[in-house]
Design a protein around this ligand. Structure first.
Ligand code: MF3
Ligand code: CO
Length: 248
């Protein structure tokens, strides 16, 4: 069943989303060569906590970090540690916060210093793939409309669409129905209704779509070790379109 949020729930989700967007804005100036991923994780935890929220990822299925930090060929769920960011890296911060029981979720991939033309191409087109998906979102549209738009855009730019991980409904659970795949066929899947909230999150690879799980049981990496990018917004479905809750 796909939840329709009440006006009160939507208000709380606006706050949760704003905290997530603001956490991104707060962290960006710290994203420089030499900072460790653990330092980034702690900055995010402290900021989210000061805003009266909690980091939703912490202890989610036993996840050990406060946010997910994934570098270069890491697709999602990278765990913070002593690794330092280097000039030329790309780093994805996937930030989730829970405010009064309601979650916001947004991932963004950032360049560190000077990155290669290939990585610039990947970032530009993965961000655009998110907006291509979002263009489909409105009451009456179907989940497959989003997936087809993301897939068509990414594949026409010779990029690999990760299939093993998908977007999701979100509310008083971080992950709710429906799944929101980044592939599919128009006019298929659940119908979107006003008051639903979903996270749309293309995960796109510069090389092939294939990924695998590292021995830490969390970090997903590309099979060919080419870089991967991830752009995600939590959005409220409205009569004519959507409202981004994780504005930045
Ligand atoms: N934004 C991530 C997702 O939608 C949240 C993962 S939390 C974790 O999958 F604990 F699983 F890392
Ligand atoms: Co998500």
């Amino acid at each position: 069943m796909i939840n329709i949020k009440t006006p009160r729930e939507i208000e709380l989700m606006r706050v949760a989303g704003e905290i997530v967007g603001d956490t991104h804005k707060y962290i960006i100036p710290f994203l420089k060569p030499g900072i460790t991923t653990k330092e980034i994780d702690s900055l995010a935890r402290d900021y989210i906590t000061e805003r009266g929220a909690t980091p939703s990822c912490y202890n989610y299925d036993g996840y050990p970090g406060n946010i997910c930090i994934s570098i270069n060929d890491e697709v999602v769920h990278g765990i913070a540690g002593s690794r330092k960011l280097c000039d030329g890296d790309i780093v994805t911060l996937d930030i989730c916060a829970c405010y009064k029981g309601y979650h916001g979720d947004s991932a963004w991939t950032y360049p560190i210093g000077n990155i290669s033309e290939e990585k610039k191409y990947l970032l530009e087109h993965t961000e655009q793939a998110l907006y291509e998906g979002l263009k489909q979102v409105k009451a009456g549209a179907r989940i497959g409309d989003i997936g087809e738009a993301v897939q068509t855009y990414a594949e026409s730019h010779n990029l690999g669409v990760v299939k093993e991980l998908v977007g999701h409904g979100i509310g008083n659970n971080l992950h709710e129905a429906p799944d929101v795949p980044n592939y599919g066929k128009k006019n298929t899947g659940p119908i979107l209704k006003e008051g639903m909230v979903i996270a749309v999150e293309p995960m796109i690879n510069l090389g092939t779509a294939d990924v695998y799980l590292l021995d830490d049981d969390w970090t997903v990496v590309t099979a060919d070790q080419e870089p991967s990018a991830h752009f995600e917004h939590t959005v409220l479905i409205t009569k004519d379109g959507y409202e981004i809750l994780t504005k930045r």
